[in-house]
Design a protein around this ligand. Structure first.
Ligand SMILES: CC(C)(COP(=O)(O)OP(=O)(O)OC[C@H]1O[C@@H](n2cnc3c(N)ncnc32)[C@H](O)[C@@H]1OP(=O)(O)O)[C@@H](O)C(=O)NCCC(=O)NCCS
Length: 257
């Protein structure tokens, strides 16, 4: 199929995982040439959302993230970006249509998740449901306020971290929690103490899910949550979920898409 839109791939960098079926891409919005961002590849909802963003850097980040998502998913499906159709799943908590974004093509075994924070975009694509989150380290007031809402073990991890590590430990926990809550499709809920994700660098398992931290850039924390496949054979096995070394978003080698 040929595209009517000339869409150069945006400058995203892949994180190398030891599981070929899971793709993680990170992009620095500052590396994107705004002239590359053609909003006509977006659907009506995405264009309306972009238009409602008053701050130019928010709009740029939104456009870059959603065009990159279309390019990556389109590459998997062999479709031009503008032909990828999305929907919102029903929220597993209340049934309203604000659950996980998904492909409007239920027969495709392809899932994705997107996150944006302070000039970084993180996108995950996998054969089973996935959630990703990237967070810039927040100010101390936010850390103090939100820590109170977390699981007791997480609160203890934050309090027992030395003052130089406390912000990093908090942000790591928060990214892991949000990746998991996005994976299950609920998003940030009233009860942030319900599940313990912790600040460990290695994989944590919760029923049906594996959550792992992603060291992607100084001053940020990031994480991915991946659902196990129903038959436990198709999804990424826990022992495969290890990053090959540490990564920085300035990595020069870009994979061809
Ligand atoms: C979804 C949510 C976690 C996003 O957090 P955030 O830190 O603001 O933003 P991030 O950049 O990490 O993620 C945003 C992306 O998550 C995705 N997303 C939105 N809702 C989602 C959901 N329910 N599940 C999984 N992913 C979701 C979208 O792709 C969104 O991208 P967009 O805003 O560019 O369209 C947060 O906005 C939230 O919890 N919202 C409320 C959900 C809610 O109403 N829950 C109650 C259910 S009854």
């Amino acid at each position: 199929m040929t595209s009517s839109v000339a869409a150069d791939p945006l400058p995203a960098t892949p994180l190398e995982f030891q599981h070929e079926a899971l793709e993680l891409w990170v992009m620095r919005v500052a590396d994107v040439d705004p002239a590359q961002l053609d909003p006509s590849v977006l659907d009506r909802n995405e264009r309306l959302r972009a238009a409602r963003l008053a701050r130019p850097d928010d709009r740029l980040s939104y456009l870059a993230a959603h065009i990159l998502l279309r390019q990556l998913v389109g590459a998997w499906l062999d479709l031009p970006p503008q032909n990828v159709a999305f929907l919102r799943e029903l929220c597993p908590r209340c049934g309203a249509p604000h659950g996980r974004p998904a492909l409007d093509s239920p027969s495709e075994p392809l899932h994705f998740s997107l996150s944006r924070s302070a000039g970084l975009v993180l996108i995950g694509i996998a054969p089973t449901p996935i959630g990703v989150d990237v967070e810039i380290v927040p100010p101390p007031e936010t850390i103090a306020e939100v820590s109170e809402l977390l699981h007791p073990i997480e609160r203890k991890e934050i309090l027992s971290a030395g003052s130089s590590r406390r912000a990093h430990v908090f942000t790591t926990i928060w990214a892991r929690k949000e990746a998991y809550l996005k994976g299950i499709g609920i998003g940030i809920t009233a009860d942030l103490a319900a599940d313990c994700l912790g600040a460990a660098e290695q994989a944590t398992t919760l029923p049906g899910w594996t959550v792992i931290s992603l060291p992607i850039a100084a001053g940020y924390a990031a994480a991915v949550a991946i659902a196990q496949a129903p038959n436990h054979n198709k999804g990424p096995a826990r022992e495969h979920l290890r990053l090959q070394g540490t990564h920085d978003v300035i990595l020069p080698n870009r994979r061809q898409r």
